[in-house]
Design a protein around this ligand. Structure first.
Ligand SMILES: N[C@@H](Cc1c[nH]c[nH+]1)C(=O)O
Length: 372
């Protein structure tokens, strides 16, 4: 027997959602899924647990270190709780939906779990809602995906949205082209660019890369600084693409660029983005282009929203809802008619049930609704 102190303890970083937050979560999930559905993204539901191998093998760069893993007592193979639904959707796209017409638009919503939280945030289980556009990863697809992500967040109630673009594959492309680096230097340069440590960047032989640290900030200014480097094709194509993507986003959304940002971008290729919103610490969404490994490999682009902080922020302002008390012996036909037009009811089970104590705002008397 566990002692009573620890019997109901939840592990660090895991939490129950109580009714007020759950109501907000349900409403927000529905609002987001409705937007994805309206743009033609069909929802799929992969399982919460899979073989570790299949979660990691469809995209280059996925690490299983942060996944909760265990041996399946039935197959004796290693299984893992999913930490990201995108690879599962990729697997579905290239296996069971391999013959479905392209571009293929799929949406999903579910919990994802990691062994430990991210940075200072201890949360280990999060709601992830997203959309993946498979079979097409050009600027038209990327533009659609960012625009849909913004629309979904706005429908969820997010305000003050800003989008931070990044170019996950840029440093590798530069190292293989105009600014050559040895493999060891490449690792060090990537690390120091992540840390934005100019001194260490120079020490590690990455002096050429210094201007990238300064080419961050509002999109137009950052692009101008990159263009001034005259790096040719490697950069020109990426810049042209970013311009096209930006051009189709709604006015009023703040756009920034951080060309070397890689944190959280495990498998994205030429294009990545994060979305921020007022009152929410950290990014509420992340996405980008990637390749689903297979024969042949398929290009794709998509995004994942992490709405938990938004849910918490909005739940605090959730308007209280009306609740209609149905006394013992009430007219059940009248109650059914009222539910059909949107009333929520709670029926008395015995004499002790009291309308006010149960949080009711109204009471049914005969077939009349009376405010309490
Ligand atoms: N699933 C990725 C984001 C993404 C979706 N599609 C492409 N990228 C993440 O959560 O970081």
């Amino acid at each position: 027997m566990m002692d009573t102190e620890t019997r109901d303890l939840l592990p660090e970083g895991l939490e129950d959602r109580l009714p007020q937050d759950t109501a907000a979560a349900t409403r927000i999930t529905r609002a987001i899924m409705d937007v994805l559905d309206s743009h033609g993204y069909d929802r799929v539901q992969p399982p919460g647990v899979e073989f570790e191998r299949s979660l990691a093998s469809r995209m280059a760069g996925i690490e299983t270190r942060r996944m909760v893993r265990f041996i399946d007592p039935s197959s004796l193979r290693m299984m893992a709780l999913r930490s990201d639904i995108t690879p599962q959707v990729g697997r579905i796209a290239v296996t069971r939906l391999k013959d479905a017409p392209r571009p293929l638009r799929l949406a999903y919503a579910g919990q994802v779990t990691a062994i430990k939280g991210d940075g200072l945030d201890p949360t280990r289980e999060r709601l992830q809602i997203g959309a993946e556009l498979i079979g097409h990863a050009g600027t038209a697809a990327a533009g659609e995906v960012v625009a849909v992500a913004i629309e979904a967040l706005q429908a969820a109630g997010a305000t003050g949205i800003s989008v931070d673009f990044t170019m996950p594959g840029l440093v590798d492309a530069l190292a293989a082209g105009p600014w050559p680096l040895t493999p060891a230097q490449l690792d060090a340069v990537r690390r120091e660019l992540d840390a934005k440590d100019a001194g260490a960047l120079v020490t590690e032989g990455g002096a050429a890369y210094l201007p990238l640290i300064h080419a961050t900030g509002p999109l137009d200014a950052a692009i101008a600084r990159l263009e001034a480097l005259a790096l040719g094709e490697v950069l020109d194509e990426r810049i042209a693409a970013l311009r096209q993507i930006a051009a189709r986003l709604p006015a009023g959304v703040r756009l920034t660029l951080d060309p070397t940002e890689r944190h959280g971008f495990e498998y994205q290729s030429w294009f990545g983005f994060q979305i921020f919103a007022d009152g929410v610490r950290g990014a509420v969404a992340r996405g980008g282009s990637y390749s689903i490994l297979g024969e042949p490999a398929e290009p794709a682009v998509g995004f994942s929203l992490y709405p938990d902080p938004l849910i918490t922020a909005l739940a605090a302002h959730e308007a209280p809802r009306d609740l209609l008390f149905l006394p013992l012996g009430h007219d059940t036909g009248a109650a059914a008619r009222l539910r059909a037009v949107g009333w929520r009811t709670v029926a008395a089970l015995g004499d002790a049930c009291d309308a006010a104590t149960l949080g009711c705002t109204h009471r049914l008397e005969g077939d009349e609704v009376v405010a309490l």
